[in-house]
Design a binder for this molecule. Sequence first.
Ligand SMILES: [Zn+2]
Length: 355
Amino acid sequence: MPSRYVQGAGAIDEIGSFVSKLGKRPFVVAGKTSFGKVGVRVEDSLDSAETPLVGFVNSVGECTYEGIDSAVKESSRARADVIIGCGGGKAVDTAKAVADKQGLPVVTVPTQCATNADQMADAVIFTADHQFVEDYYLSRAPALVLVDTEVVGFAPVEYLVQGMGDALASGFEKPAYASTMLKNESDSLATSAAVEVNLRCFSVLMAHGVQAKSDSQDGTMSDSLESIIEAIKLMSGFGFGGGGCAAAHAIHNGLISVPGVARKHGEIVAFGTLSQMMLERRSSLEVERVMRWCGTLGLPTCLDELGDLDRSRLREAAEKACDPEDTMQNMPFEVTPEMVLDAINMVDDVSRSLD
Ligand SMILES: [Zn+2]
C-alpha cells in the first residue's frame, strides 16, 4: 500500500507541498501526452514550494528495462532525490522502477483511470513491441499517490470504463484467493481488511458505476464519480501486495492469445470476471445483475463483443488460463480447461438470452 493517498478536484496544484516533504530535487518520468496535460501545473506548484523540477523524461511508451535504465541515468545525472511518475500505467510503472533502482521515493500522478498501477508496489515490464516480460517487485510502494479527480474523471470516458472492468475482478478474485490460502494452510493468508475493502469496491461499482460514467461524459464532478475513482485507484488494489488475482485475470491471460480479441485489459478482465462467476456457480440472479451492469457501461458480455474471434482457438485459451504458473491456481477448487471453456460459453449464452 502507498504511504499516502490524496484525492480531490485540483489536487495536482498541491503537489509541491507534498513533494517538498520527500525531497528537494524532483524529477518527472511521464508518458508521451500526459506531461503536456498537467506539466505546467506540476511545475508551477513545485516552484512555489521551492522544489523546482531538476529534469524530466516525457517519452515513455512501453514500460521496458531499456526505458527504465535510460531514465535512471538521466535522473541520477540530474541528482534527483524524488521521482514523480505522471501518466497512465506504463509511465507510472516506469517511474516506480526508476525510483526503486535508486532507492528514491516515488510520487505517482495518474492522468487517467484505466489502471490502479499508481498505488501498486510492482512494475509490469514489457518489450518495446508489447510482449510481457515479468513483474518487477519494488522494495516499497509509492510514497504518495496524488489523484486529481478533474484530470482522471474527465479524461476520455473509455478509461474510466476500463478501470471499472478491471476493478470488478477484485471483489471476486480476492475472496477466492483468500479462501484458497486458508484452505491450503498457506503462509500467505489475506488480511480481512483487504478482503473487506475489495468487497466494498464491488458494492461501490454496482451503486455508482453507471452514474459516474454519465457524469464523466457530462463533465460534472459528483459524489458518484469521486467514489468510483476511489474504488478504482485505492480500493481495487488495497492489500494486493500479498497476491490477489484468480480466475478472472487468468482467463484474461488466456483470451489475449486468441487472434481477433480487440478489447483492452479491463474490458477483457470484466468478461473474465463473469466467467469466474460461472466457475463459482453463482446464482443466475447475481450473474445477471453484474452482466447487466457491464452491458450498460459498454463492457463486453459476449464473445462477439470481445472482437472478431477465431473461436477454434478458445480451447487453447482455456488451457493457457489453467497454466500452473498463472493465477487460476488461486481458485479454491481445481479448474480444468473444459470448465473454463464451459464457463466462457455459459457467459456468452446468458448474455445473448438477456434483452
Ligand atoms: Zn488487471
